[in-house]
Design a binder for this molecule. Structure first.
Ligand SMILES: [Fe+2]
Ligand SMILES: [Fe+2]
Length: 419
């Protein structure tokens, strides 16, 4: 956007604030940072913003429709934590118009960061694209960020980024969180982010103190169970129900694993059963079918697999194994070797840390990987368009390493390899 002329202030404070260009000078040290957009339970009409700043008694969000930029609504923020000398704030704007570009900025009522824009989801199932990222986690700036940047460049119109856990390596290492935010740049503020916590977001049995301040729950999750109200949730997003689960039974619930996973199973069943949309995308960190036999997650499979299959979740997007795979239950194979029915289970990794792969844990549990790759950093694009969903996994240089299409015709569904 070209810089607007200087005499803006003469237009009146509100209009000037609304039309002021994003500052180009270096931001002051205490300027808001880590601005992150979260879709809420009702992304047609509401967004949650989280950000950090120097401690302030008056965190504030200003938001306006892009086509009427002086129609600013102010939302008082809440300070949720103060960590590493920075105050984390959250504010939720409600009553927004669906399918409408908005501009917003955050600050303390006097000083603000730059304006950002995003578009609320349409109240219909208009086509949209989202990105799926496996573990970013290690060597973020040099090793993972190039893949993130390639994804953002390849899909500039993506609406949402889904993160299947292990965003960073050490739960409360503030420098690593800075690297994660820097990898996305301003796109943390302009793209919806939906994230499941991984084991590296835990320190022993404690969830990172930064998790909920940055990735707040939206009130749709279970009301009981350690960490579940904050980390488990659903959002209905332009024809897709996204469901985020917490698979960290070893960390969050080492002493009551079965009950903790069963709480999520009951909640998952309701979320799948009540889905008013054609599509379901479920994400959590630890895969139901591991790419390394020694990394089995049997309690998760016992707790969740039947429910996902029974309700025919479309995509189950996971991480943790530091390799790539995509497959299905062999019971859902068809006579056509390129076609199956039922859910798709995927594992991916964004960052450079790699483990060896083997199909053993899949085949020992009634499934098979249709694609399985080691030492391959990827990003995934998912395009949802009416009765069809297109999935593509690519490396940073654009090489397609996996692709399939899901087609729905009434109650019939087919998943077709298109590599
Ligand atoms: Fe990991
Ligand atoms: Fe992990």
């Amino acid at each position: 956007m070209p810089a607007r002329p200087a005499p803006l202030l003469a237009l009146g404070t509100a209009l000037a604030l609304a039309l002021a260009p994003a500052p180009t000078a270096a931001a002051p040290a205490d300027a808001p940072d880590r601005v992150l957009l979260t879709p809420t339970a009702t992304p047609d009409t509401a967004r949650t913003l989280t950000w950090r700043s120097a401690p302030t008694p008056t965190p504030l969000l200003q938001i306006a429709p892009a086509h009427d930029p002086h129609d600013i609504t102010e939302v008082a923020g809440t300070t949720t934590a103060t960590l590493s000398g920075r105050a984390h704030h959250t504010a939720t704007a409600t009553g927004l118009a669906p399918g409408t570009e908005h501009r917003y900025r955050v600050g303390d009522g006097t000083a603000f960061g730059p304006w950002h824009t995003f578009t609320t989801t349409a109240g219909t199932d208009d086509p949209f694209t989202f990105l799926y990222f496996g573990d970013i986690q290690n060597d973020i700036t040099d090793g993972a960020a190039p893949v993130v940047r390639a994804a953002l460049a390849a899909e500039p119109d993506a609406a949402l980024a889904l993160h299947a856990g292990d965003l960073i390596d050490s739960a409360d290492n503030d420098a690593q969180w800075s690297e994660w935010f820097d990898a996305f740049g301003t796109r943390t503020a302009t793209l919806d982010h939906l994230a499941a916590p991984g084991n590296h977001e835990y320190s022993a049995t404690s969830l990172s103190a930064r998790w909920t301040p940055q990735f707040p729950g939206n009130g749709t999750g279970p009301t009981t169970g350690r960490d579940l109200p904050d980390t488990v949730h659903t959002t209905d997003y332009q024809g897709v129900r996204f469901i985020v689960l917490n698979s960290n039974y070893r960390n969050a619930a080492p002493l009551n694993t079965t009950a903790w996973l069963d709480t999520q199973r009951r909640w998952l069943q309701e979320a799948l059963q009540d889905n008013p949309h054609d599509w379901t995308v479920v994400t959590f960190h630890h895969p139901l079918f591991s790419n390394s036999p020694g990394r089995d997650n049997a309690p998760l499979r016992t707790a969740w697999l039947d429910t996902l299959e029974e309700h025919d979740a479309d995509l189950v997007l996971q991480g943790h194994d530091h390799s790539y795979a995509r497959g299905n239950l062999t019971a859902n194979d068809t006579a056509d070797p390129d076609v199956h029915t039922g859910p798709v289970y995927a594992v991916s990794v964004t960052g450079p840390k790699m483990y060896d792969v083997s199909p053993g844990n899949w085949t020992a549990n009634g499934a098979r990987p249709r694609v399985q790759l080691d030492r391959t950093q990827t990003f995934q694009t998912v395009r949802v368009d009416g009765d069809t969903l297109h999935y593509t996994a690519r490396t940073a240089d654009g090489t397609v390493v996996d692709a399939f299409t899901i087609d729905k015709d009434g109650t019939d569904k087919t998943v077709t390899d298109t590599r």
